[in-house]
Each structure stands twice: as C-alpha cells, then as structure tokens.
Design a protein around this ligand. Sequence first.
Ligand SMILES: [Zn+2]
Length: 222
Amino acid sequence: MSGMSINHVTPDPYLGPMLCLACGVCESNQTTPLRLCKKCGHSLRPAPARRLPSGLRVSAAFAHEGAARHLVHRLKYDAVAGIAKKLAEAMAPLIPPDALVLVPVPRSGVRRMHYGVDQSVLLAMGLSQIAGLRTSRSLRAPVWRVPHAGHGRKARRANRFRQRAEPNLEGILLIDDVLTTGTTLGSAAQAAGRGVIGCLTFTMSVSAGRPTEDAKVPIRPA
Ligand SMILES: [Zn+2]
C-alpha cells in the first residue's frame, strides 16, 4: 500500500503551480503574494480603513472590485476552500496589535448548506495559523440572512446574530470576507458585545461607512 494517509486531500486543481487564483486561466506571476496573473494583479486597489456609523472600525486588504472581488466569489460561491489561506495572508498584516481573538461572522445556515462553505470561518482559521491568535465561533448566524436588506426593523430582525458562547471575550476582531453596506457587520458587532475592537475583511465597498481619520496613511505595508 502507498503511504497516503487517511487525511490526504486531493489538491485543488486551481491551486496548481502556474494558474492565476482569480481567473484560473492565465499563467500566474509568482512574484505577487496572491499568485495572480499580470492583468488580475493590476486590478487590485487598496481600501482605506473605514468607520461604520456605530463607530466600528473596519480594515480590508482590497477594494471590492476586479480580481479581489472575483477571489471572494470563488471562495464563497465556488467553494474553493484552498484560496482562503492565500486571502488570509493578504489580510494578516492588518490585524491590529490589540486583537486577542478572531471571531468569524458566520454565514447563514441556509447559505452554508447551499454553497458548502463558510468563508469567514475559513479566513479566520487561516489568519489564526499565520498570526497565532485563537479563534472563537461565538456568534450564531440567523438561519436565513437577507443580503442588503437595509436598516428597517424587519431587516434587522431577519439579519440578527446571536451570541452562543464566551460572552465576556476581550480584544475581539471580527472576521468577514467583504464589507458592503455594513449592516451585517454592525449586527454581528452588536451581538458580539463590548469586547469588539474592530473588524477585518478581505475586501470592502468603498461606499461603506466613512474613511477613518488616518485613512490617508497607507494601511498595507509596502
Ligand atoms: Zn488572472
């Protein structure tokens, strides 16, 4: 018998040595940390840190456009779970120094079952490995979450998160794949409690929230 262990997992074909992680077609430029082809690499734009109306500070690796947007879609809709580690590598330099525990903003139960992946959990696990911080799955998502449902009472009720464990955590950094309107993150932060120090996403829509005072300072190391 071969020495293959029971834990052996067939490598994801899209993570082969020469293919761009975003388009999966072109030859990747191995010098970029995300292993993108030239065209996809050029489409990446940094996203300045933003503050939601609640005061929650959100940092993201990239603006939600081009290859960055495509990578998020491949992770959450194509369930290419192997991509999560690479996205986490791009996010890791933005972890604030006062973060003590990573709490993923969970996907709704219906979507998790439909797509077979919870992208924020995978990102938090990747970040945990890189940064040595522990994760806590202390938030429970609604069974069904209405995306972009607005700020009305009905939408808030439909999109409500609940705390299911560890109510007194300190230094919580919420982890999600993308910041769009901020409604989801706002709800998650409310449920997570007073220990939340901020939120880190892979991409963000530049129309969400408002830039922080230090938005002009580069948020990614050169
Ligand atoms: Zn590409």
